[in-house]
Design a protein. Structure first.
Length: 483
């Protein structure tokens, strides 16, 4: 059984890696293009628009895509019923969003882009519902393939709109909208989703069941958004769009690790849900995977921190290079984002989503409070660096709370010793890179490389065992299939 579930997890992870990580790498390598055709202020505004949309998206669809995935991924259920009722909930939510959309004018900042925000939100929700359902029913290759298509369309449309038509911010956002719509059309017909939507299966009880699971995830997503994104709005408001443009560009580098986490989490949710009926086996599976997950995340975060200047030199336009100074702290923050996500999957698996709500609320409140202290000139005046520190502290606190409460929901081994040692190591890397980076000294880089080597050696055994077990599982699965 262990061999089979590891093989399934490895297979799904590989498929999602090909489909999503390659796509995200393309987006990362488009950074020189974006930073060449958009000024730092324009890049800042584009990022603020897309992140505002990401805040609205779960509100507008009532978080239903996650509910469709969680229920349709369970064996021996009426999957079409959950899809049909989920789509209806999305339609109701979208109509409510359209009715309330004039309130977006109250911000003043986005008045010229309201139509884009509406299109972005609706297109993204339709795409998410269809793609999540396809993934939940086991069409993982199609799920990955549509991700590649989506990225390819975004890149091509970006080139057309930014270079060909010189549309600036409008072109950047519109590319994403059209890519989502075209990808949805592709999935809808290839997966024949028109057969999965069965009007006679519209059922109030099923809708209530979906809402009971989904609604706590809506404020949870909002609070998570506040922790991860609100600092950009605060830097733009309290400092300048130009400084926020640098901070936004710097955040793209640790996002590489976030992409890995997102890909693995897609595959992990499928595996964890399939094991959820047997709590003892599920806890054992979590313990086994978490040890390897810790090793990979801390080593990955350390590499991103130490390579900050190299990544900035390769991926940023010259005017953005100074943004590298924010990368080490943001990389450490991203490591704890990854750990928070893994622990949060427990709440998803055991259907205790209200815990995601409360823990993310605490993180959001702490993040805003620290931003108000660290960013503005009338307080400590750390600017974007203060936002980086606030982000790290918030994610770290959420991790502590989730780790301390986890035993109540799924008592798996947390490896506290490994966590403490790895936290000290990545904290040292971030501190040396940042402190000496401000003064222009290379000593911090040399010390950080030494600490990274210690981290690699400390975690190498777990990484090796993980690779060996995965290869053994996959070979075993192939052997069984040949028999």
């Amino acid at each position: 059984m262990k061999q089979t579930r590891l093989a399934r997890l490895a297979s799904n992870t590989l498929i999602f890696t090909v489909g999503k990580f390659v796509s995200k790498l393309i987006v990362i390598f488009m950074l020189p293009f974006y930073t060449s055709y958009l000024s730092s202020a324009e890049y800042s505004t584009s990022d603020l628009i897309t992140n505002l949309c990401n805040l609205i998206i779960p509100l507008a669809c009532l978080g239903v895509s996650e509910g469709i995935f969680r229920n349709a991924a369970t064996e021996n259920v009426d999957k079409e019923s959950f899809f049909t009722n989920g789509v209806m909930l999305m339609v109701f939510g979208s109509l409510g969003f359209l009715a309330l959309s004039p309130l977006l004018n109250l911000t003043g900042y986005f008045n010229d882009y309201i139509w884009l925000i509406i299109c972005y939100v609706i297109a993204s929700n339709i795409h998410s519902v269809c793609s999540q359902y396809v993934c939940a029913i086991g069409r993982t290759k199609l799920f990955a393939g549509q991700g590649v298509l989506n990225t390819a369309l975004t890149v091509v449309l970006n080139i057309i709109f930014l270079v060909g038509f010189d549309m600036g911010i409008n072109g950047y956002v519109l590319s994403i909208v059209l890519a989502d719509l075209l990808s949805t059309v592709f999935v809808f017909f290839v997966a024949r989703l028109y057969r999965a939507f069965i009007p006679k299966k519209i059922n109030g009880a099923v809708m209530k069941d979906l809402l009971r699971f989904c609604l706590p995830l809506v404020p949870s997503t909002i609070f998570w958004w506040i922790t991860g994104v609100s600092d950009r709005y605060m830097v733009a408001y309290m400092r300048s769009d130009a400084e926020n443009g640098l901070y936004t560009a710097a955040y793209k580098i640790p996002t590489l690790l976030t992409y890995v986490v997102t890909i693995f989490n897609d595959a992990w949710k499928l595996s964890a849900v399939s094991e959820s009926e047997d709590r003892e086996k599920c806890a054992d599976f979590y313990s086994q995977i978490y040890k390897y997950y810790i090793a990979a995340m801390f080593v990955g975060g350390g590499i991103l921190s130490v390579g900050a200047q190299i990544f900035a030199k390769i991926l940023f336009a010259d005017s953005y290079y100074v943004a590298w100074i924010f990368i080490p702290v943001l990389s450490a923050a991203t490591v704890f984002t990854a750990l928070d996500t893994f622990l949060g999957s427990v709440y998803f698996t055991v259907k205790k989503t209200y815990m995601s709500l409360w823990t993310s609320l605490i993180g959001a409140v702490v993040n805003i409070g620290l931003n108000l202290i660290l960013i503005p000139d009338w307080m400590l005046g750390w600017g974007a660096m203060g936002a980086s520190v606030a982000t790290f502290a918030s994610y770290f606190l959420v991790y502590l709370i989730r780790a301390l409460t986890m035993k109540k929901f799924l008592p798996f081994k947390m490896y506290h010793g490994k966590l403490i040692i790895n936290t000290v190591l990545i904290g040292g890397i971030s501190a040396f890179m940042t402190w000496y980076g401000y003064s222009g000294q290379t000593l911090g880089l040399y010390v950080s490389i030494g600490i990274l080597l210690v981290s690699v050696v400390f975690n190498s055994r777990d990484v090796y065992i993980a690779c060996r077990q995965v290869l053994s599982s996959v070979r075993g699965k192939k052997g069984n299939s040949n028999e």
